[in-house]
Design a protein around this ligand. Structure first.
Ligand code: TYD
Ligand code: MG
Length: 469
């Protein structure tokens, strides 16, 4: 029998080293090497005269018939949108998230929804005891469903359990880090074990047509723990995040072979599980008052869905020698760029001011389309002129101060109209004919926006004066 080879595997990037070193020379991380012994797993045919004795695979062409079985739809609209219209049979998905974020809760609710529709669902947990899972199921109102529960961490035993069932529609493995196989000689949670466990589960899904959901832990810097290779193996990677310490949760698709990425599902954590939030814009719009300068509403897009978010800016005279810039929910480099453009093109000087920017509700904006809304909030706070309550802003700002069109203009405007907004400030070009009861203020460049804010504030003041008079 071949002697087990000692090797050192980086737990961050999965690279194999033959001797221990403090710093992985592939990813540069310190103290990530763990000793694991390999008993020949992953060894393939070599080119030293060994004959290939495998079974030949059938070669086929691309224009054949496709047996497309319908997707498994959970009925939870937020979840089904993120998966691209339900789970595809034979697919394997990875759900990652911080500890305690609600992964097990989400999957238990998904399992219950499918079990109620008559699907056969197996929930394999390696993290909790039966009693704990039953307690959670009772809390979620899932105790009376036909979900089959197994407490198991050994890969071979899990496979034997699944093989006993004639056909199962959904298998949930909570979590991939607890799985271990006798085939690998290292402890659970190490790169070799995680990779092997995932490989076996993905193969099971492909061979039987069951949908496999793997729960993955997340490291301190937000990556799904274990080798990136697991993310390549599965058909979809979803991350379950919290909105900055708030009680709502966002399910985000980062990879999806059967649907769009950048799609989000919004849930709210309550005392009896996760509740779907079908209108997230209401969450991200703060308490709004006519007289507060520095707040603008951005009409954004997440995946294919419009989301309205309030952006708040505070421009205050600095009391220290150097000014401060603090940003929550947006890119600080982009804020620096917008400030520089306002200084250079609109002559609004921030050098003696601290600038704080906050996206309401702990939401994170990644779109450049938010440039205009940020600029409007900054101008409003700087000039102490409140923006109209019923106005939305979107558009990219170029370094010359010009406004550039962004995609999905129609959807953004429709969502704003649906939520009761009556005005929009947006770039002039790139807008097709649109038939909505919205006053569209189409602008060419940032100085036009500054002028528009001043004019609309003075008009409102006049109206107010005549009302009082
Ligand atoms: P859990 O699903 O166990 O998280 P994960 O599997 O991601 O580690 O969720 C745990 C948290 O959710 C815990 O802090 C309690 C909270 N929770 C509720 O607020 N309401 C509920 O109905 C449930 C089941 C959990
Ligand atoms: Mg859990």
């Amino acid at each position: 029998m071949a002697r087990a080879k000692i090797q050192y595997i980086c737990q961050n990037c999965g690279i194999i080293h033959t001797k221990w070193i403090g710093k992985c020379d592939s990813c540069g991380k310190w103290n990530t090497l763990v000793q694991e012994s390999s008993s020949g797993i992953g060894g393939g045919p070599n080119d030293r005269g060994v004959s290939f004795q495998g079974q030949p695979a059938t070669l086929t062409n691309l224009s054949g018939k496709i047996d497309e079985s319908p997707r498994i739809i959970s009925g939870m609209t937020e979840l089904d949108r993120v998966t691209g219209g339900g789970f595809v049979r034979g697919s394997a998905l990875l759900v990652g998230g911080d500890p305690g974020i609600g992964k097990s809760t989400l999957l238990m609710q998904t399992a219950a929804a499918l079990a109620r529709k008559g699907y056969y669902v197996i929930y394999v947990s390696g993290e909790e005891a039966v009693a704990q899972i039953r307690l959670r199921a009772q809390r979620l109102g899932a105790a009376d469903t036909s979900i089959q529960l197994a407490i198991e961490t050994n890969v071979e035993n899990v496979l034997a359990t699944l093989a006993r069932v004639q056909h199962c529609d959904l298998v949930i493995i909570d979590s991939i880090q607890t799985l271990w196989s006798v085939m690998a000689d290292s402890s659970p949670g190490t790169v070799t074990q995680v990779r092997l466990g995932a490989q076996v589960m993905v193969r099971f899904a492909k061979q039987t047509g069951s949908t496999m959901i793997l729960v993955g832990h997340v490291t301190k810097d937000g990556q799904i723990a274990g080798p990136r290779v697991v993310e390549h193996m599965v058909d979809g990677v979803f991350s379950f995040e919290s909105g900055g310490g708030h009680h709502y949760r966002i399910l985000r698709a980062t990879k999806n072979r059967f649907g769009a990425t950048d799609e989000i599902g919004v849930f709210e954590m309550s005392d009896c599980g996760l509740r779907e939030v079908s209108n997230p814009s209401r969450l991200f719009l703060g308490e709004r008052h006519q007289t507060t300068p520095g707040a603008s509403v951005f009409a954004g897009i997440e995946g294919t869905r419009p989301v309205l978010v309030e952006i708040q800016a505070l421009v205050a005279t600095t009391s220290l020698g150097s000014h401060r810039r603090a940003v929550v929910g947006w890119d600080s480099n982009r804020l620096a760029m917008i400030i520089a453009i306002l200084e250079a093109r609109c002559n609004i000087l921030f050098s003696q001011h601290d600038v704080y920017l906050n996206v309401v509700g702990g939401y994170r904006i990644t779109e450049p389309a938010a440039d205009l809304a940020v600029a409007a909030a900054l101008i409003s706070s700087f000039s102490s002129l409140a923006l109209p309550l019923n106005c939305v802003y979107f558009g990219e700002v170029s370094l010359s101060g010009g406004l550039r069109p962004v995609s999905y203009t129609c959807q953004r405007l429709k969502e704003a109209e649906k939520l009761g907004f009556r005005q929009a400030v947006l770039p002039r070009s790139g807008l097709d004919k649109i038939n909505l009861p919205l006053e569209l203020n189409k602008m060419d460049e940032l100085p036009d926006v500054v002028a528009q804010i001043a004019v609309s504030a003075s008009q409102r003041q006049k109206k107010e004066d005549t009302r009082i008079g």
